[in-house]
Design a protein around this ligand. Sequence first.
Ligand code: SF4
Length: 106
Amino acid sequence: MNPKLSRRDLLVQTAALGVVAVAGANGCGKDRPAALSCSDTSALSAPEMTVRTVLAYVDTSAEPGKNCSNCQQFLPAAPDTCGACKVLKGPVSPKGYCKSFVARPA
Ligand code: SF4
């Protein structure tokens, strides 16, 4: 430790190290998992795709409190993976939504 370092300098440098540590821990979003995408409909037939489109399925619900994970029709899979739905075919996000939403009983 530098004997000429004042108490104030020490506090300033310690605070700066804290900022660097927090910034380093947050990174640039590289360690954050990518948003779950359940939009691969390449295996669906045209009629199945039509149902999905007519029901306006989206991966991210815009309806507060309404999403696939709390819908009666949702068939969950492993955590952080796409599930399925009893009404429409194809991958379904737990955060998704469509016009056939039916709230799961409490
Ligand atoms: Fe999601 Fe709609 Fe299926 Fe309910 S019916 S699980 S809201 S896609």
